[in-house]
Design a binder for this molecule. Structure first.
Ligand code: C2E
Ligand code: MG
Ligand code: MG
Length: 582
């Protein structure tokens, strides 16, 4: 057996050595007089047993014990502590620090020493194997199985410790929350096997660009996080994320498939933005969410302002859920007038927040409904309400009034839209060509093919398609050609101070000639003044809508309008009527 004796007292060392030498077993005995020599020697030799004196002048024996136990495989040796004292508290302290036995020097005899060595060796074997299983469990608990990165739990523990022990106040830490763009789509279309390979490859590529002072983890699903310590300039964060974007530029080739994959990043800084890990991650997530909103594959930084915005939309979303359950939303109807005759030809259904202390405009809550998926409940409800209302007016007034319904791009991606529309018009006895579906140009840019197909299908059933908010986006002419558009709605922003001779007027004039040549019906929105209304007439814009003629109204008020002014509805006088209603 290889045995090391660490004791500053030469007499005691001799005592132990003599005791060991009287056995029949052969021992290879080494002796040193200090902890530093002992540690040094244990680096070069493998010992079966190390006997350490507790009391030594420079460095205490227990320190050597602790140091040995911190080494891989617990230092790979059994340790027996010795002391001239018989103090049981001391003995316990040594056992707790990892010694296998404690011997009082007065008890050292051949018999006792042999017994202690034998037992200590056995004990150490079993401690080592339980330590190994502990390490395996620890690895399982701390490591993400797929990518072998730290998991969320371990990352949080590590980061929290670093936050508490941040020594230099000159530098900050940045947490980057990363989320793989369109990962759900990859998983859904190519399967989970390929999804897993993408995640592994993404992790590997990101890992390639991470240098010193960075910690990388997979938080779950397609979410990753990088902690950067020692951040002195925010440029460092930008630089790292640029490197990440660059790394992910080349497509991934998995099982013969070529997959393009990017990430959206949000960054928050400790201690500027947050006081603990949870808060920091929340801030980074908010910034990441912003990157997604702004078109993905980019980094955004957390700012307190975004937090307010985030809280506000979170509250709106929650309130919306309740209102939907209670059927609490209302619909207002804004009349559309024929320019020539000033007769009402139809309405546009516009959703309204219930009458409450705080109310939100559709411009604010519709995008939230779209992002949160609530539009899939709200959209069909609006369609049902508006068509039912139209059928009431049709029966009551016997006039071919149309109803325009705003359709969100999300609704256009779901085939149920067609079934729901057809079912509702049939149930209410309304012809499809009395329903105008208003679509914004941004919808046509989203998933062009699928949405164009959907619009073509709706058009084939007879629904009229209106391109809403024309003049705000790209006003791409190709959409007018590729899509079965019947009506173009000039956005209200085109109206502000339009008068003959100015540039805006000339643009509107040119567009009107073009649209009229394409046999498209035009509705000018946001008509607030007589002058604007007259411009519509000069430019032969068939229809107009705006506060000058009528604000959006609750159904009851529309009723009194229709009752009180039947002369308004001189349809046949409108030259564009045939296109609008046929
Ligand atoms: P939009 O479809 O372009 O609707 C016209 C907006 O202009 C309406 O705002 C209307 O109240 C407003 N407006 C009408 N005449 C005038 C005017 O003379 N001057 C001015 N300054 N504004 C006028 P609203 O109701 O706040 O709706 C805003 C947007 O929210 C709508 O724009 C539409 O994109 C969306 N939205 C409204 N209701 C719905 C809905 O039921 N479903 C969906 N998906 N979106 C809706
Ligand atoms: Mg509209
Ligand atoms: Mg509009």
């Amino acid at each position: 057996m290889n045995i090391l004796i660490v004791d500053d007292d030469i007499v005691d060392r001799k005592l132990v050595k003599n005791a060991l030498c009287t056995t029949t077993d052969f021992h290879n005995i080494f002796e040193v007089s200090s902890v530093s020599e002992g540690l040094e020697m244990s680096c070069h030799h493998a010992f079966d047993i190390v006997l350490i004196d507790y009391n030594m002048p420079k460095v205490n024996g227990i320190e050597m014990l602790i140091e040995m136990r911190a080494k891989p495989n617990l230092g790979d040796t059994a340790i027996i502590m010795m002391s001239s004292s018989e103090d049981s508290v001391l003995a316990l302290e040594c056992i707790e620090a990892g010694a296998q036995d404690f011997l009082s020097k007065s008890d050292i005899s051949l018999r006792n020493l042999n017994k202690a060595i034998l037992y200590a060796k056995k004990r150490f074997q079993s401690e080592k194997s339980s330590h190994e299983s502990y390490l395996a469990v620890k690895q399982l608990a701390e490591q993400d199985v797929l990518t072998k990165l730290s998991n969320r739990y371990h990352f949080e523990t590590q980061v929290s410790v670093m936050m508490r022990s941040r020594e230099d106040n000159a530098s900050e830490m940045a947490l980057l929350a990363l989320d793989v763009d369109n990962f759900k789509h990859i998983n859904d279309t190519l399967g989970h096997g390929i999804g897993d390979s993408v995640l592994k490859d993404v992790a590997l590529r990101i890992d390639n660009v991470l240098g010193e002072h960075t910690y990388f983890a997979r938080l779950g699903g397609d979410e990753f996080a990088v902690l950067m310590t020692k951040v002195t300039h925010y440029d460092q964060i930008q630089q790292l994320s640029n490197d990440i974007f660059e790394q992910l530029k080349a497509p991934f080739c998995i099982n013969g498939k070529t997959i393009n994959c990017s990430v959206s990043i949000g960054s928050a800084v400790f201690p500027k933005d947050a006081r603990d890990f949870q808060e920091l991650l929340k801030c980074a997530d908010i910034a990441m969410y912003r990157s997604k909103q702004l078109g993905k594959n980019q980094i955004n930084y957390y700012e307190a302002l975004y937090q307010e915005e985030f809280n506000r939309s979170f509250n709106i979303q929650n309130e919306m859920k309740v209102i939907i359950d209670e059927s609490g939303f209302r619909i207002f109807y804004q009349p559309v007038f024929a320019t020539e005759t000033k007769s009402i030809v139809g309405f546009e259904a516009l959703i309204r927040w219930p009458q409450k202390e705080t109310m939100y405009t559709p411009d604010e809550f519709i995008p939230i409904a779209e992002e949160s998926g609530l539009i899939s409940e709200l959209g069909p409800w609006i369609i049902t309400e508006a068509i039912q209302q139209l059928s009431v007016w049709h029966k009551k007034y016997d006039l071919p009034l149309t109803m325009a319904i705003n359709i969100s791009p999300i609704q256009l991606q779901n085939e149920e839209l067609v079934t729901h529309l057809l079912k509702t018009i049939r149930r209410c006895g309304i012809a499809a060509n009395m329903i105008i579906l208003e679509i914004t140009e941004t919808a046509l840019f989203k998933d062009n093919e699928k949405i164009t197909e959907m619009i073509t299908l709706l058009s084939s059933y007879g629904f009229k398609i209106a391109l809403d908010d024309f003049g705000t986006g790209y006003s791409s002419i190709s959409h007018l050609i590729d899509c079965p558009i019947d009506i173009v709605k000039f956005d209200k922003s085109m109206q502000s101070s339009v008068y003959e001779g100015n540039k805006r007027y000339k643009v509107m004039e040119g567009l009107s000639i073009m649209l009229n040549n394409l046999d498209l019906t035009v509705i000018a929105e946001g008509i607030e003044t007589e002058e604007q209304s007259n411009v519509c007439k000069q430019l032969h814009l068939g229809y107009q809508q705006g506060y000058l003629l009528s604000r959006p109204l609750p159904a009851k008020e529309v009723d009194s309008l229709l009752n009180s002014a039947p002369a308004l509805m001189n349809y046949t006088a409108s030259p564009l009527y045939s296109i609008y209603s046929s």
